[in-house]
Design a protein. Structure first.
Ligand SMILES: [Zn+2]
Length: 225
């Protein structure tokens, strides 16, 4: 790959990181920053009405190498972003998963890349001292980023009103039907199972922290997508 490819990628990363002021943020603020970064990335890398976004630029750049590896090499996870394997920051994507899911994983991991250097500072307020909850919230932010890059609000709404079919709209955006159903549910365009009240009804009073349960359920839903 040429230096230009590496330089171009470093420039994109710098532009997206610049949207995230280097100080601790609340989860709500981080969500806003995440959506801004997603929309900026689309602005930089796509035409405004591109539904099936081409991710070759991310897959093939060399600034943060992307390795598509067999599932067993990353413990069955969908993806991994780390500098602990080669000494430099790299992305690993589970090549045994369907391509639609690998696209989501690639962008999810790219969000970890964006936050990597300043993660301790940026995320220091998350989880209210609960490490597990903090980790779940960081994963939710990465899912939010991937969802907004692949399925921008206005394009999804327009396609949904034209097609009115989850599989059909998912195919247009080259995402899994599960990811599209989650996105449409969050936009209030389709109903989604009302999990929280049911959990509350079953378990109220027996759990110390229902917020954590809710986060885990949300994350499980998102990860399943
Ligand atoms: Zn992750």
């Amino acid at each position: 790959m040429t230096n230009e490819t590496t330089g171009g990628m470093n420039q994109i990363i710098a532009q997206l990181r610049a949207l995230s002021p280097k100080r601790p943020h609340t989860y709500g603020m981080l969500l806003q920053v995440t959506r801004l970064q997603a929309s900026k990335l689309r602005q930089l890398r796509t035409t405004s009405d591109e539904l099936d976004i081409n991710l070759a630029w991310l897959l093939n750049q060399r600034a943060v190498p992307v390795n598509r590896v067999p599932s067993y090499q990353i413990g069955g996870e969908s993806g991994l972003t780390t500098d602990a394997i080669s000494g430099r920051l790299e992305i690993y994507v589970n090549a045994n998963e369907p391509l639609v899911r690998q696209r989501f994983t690639l962008l999810h991991e790219f969000k970890h890349v964006l936050d990597f250097e300043d993660a301790d500072l940026l995320h220091s307020q998350l989880g209210s001292g609960n490490e597990k909850r903090r980790a779940v919230q960081i994963e939710r932010l990465a899912n939010e980023f991937a969802a907004h890059v692949l399925m921008p609000t206005m394009l999804v709404k327009r396609a949904w009103f034209a097609v009115q079919d989850i599989d059909g709209v998912a195919a247009l955006f080259n995402v899994s039907p599960e990811a599209m159903a989650t996105r449409l549910g969050k936009l209030g365009l389709v109903g989604k199972p009302d999990i929280e009240p049911r959990m509350y009804f079953r378990r109220v009073g027996t759990l110390p922290d229902l917020g954590t349960v809710r986060d885990e359920l949300d994350c499980a839903t998102a990860v399943a997508a």
